[in-house]
Design a protein around this ligand. Sequence first.
Ligand SMILES: [Zn+2]
Length: 190
Amino acid sequence: MSHATAPYLFCPVCGKPLQNSIIDNHPRSACSNCSYVHWGNFSLGVGGVLWHNDKVLLVQRGHNPGKGMWTIPGGYVDQGESIAAAIIREIQEETGIKSKPLSIIGLRDYPAEKHDTYIIFLMEFLGGTLLAQPGEVSDLGFFTLKESYALPIPSLTLSALEASHSASQGLLINSDVKLSSKLSTLYQIH
Ligand SMILES: [Zn+2]
């Protein structure tokens, strides 16, 4: 099964017809005129587990999918944005809380028609006052693990809360390695 061919006929860069080509051993839509290749339809999401005084920050979703459910704050990564910058931004936008990433503690892969990958960070509380983002978040707060069991909460969220108490720190940034691109960040087991 392959979703590699583009769901459109013309090049989004130059407007010339796309043609089916074998690139890296896969059939892909490529432009007949410029270097454009449709690599697929991917999205990258981030979520953050943020404990403060033994309570975890949860938000109640203001719209579907999952309206009314309680989850860790998070959202989608913008093009050109690092995953760390995305989770800092999303938590601040949704909750008013300033935080910084400590490590990566989980990853959920969903290779559907839009391949959706969701990376879960453990965050450190830095400050701020709770303020729900209008529309996105209908309610929010800090909850003990016991209190969170009583909320309507997805199994993925609950599992992330439990994993955040693990002895393993997860993946940490390794800044000792000089990577070929300054844009790159290496997350590694410790
Ligand atoms: Zn083109």
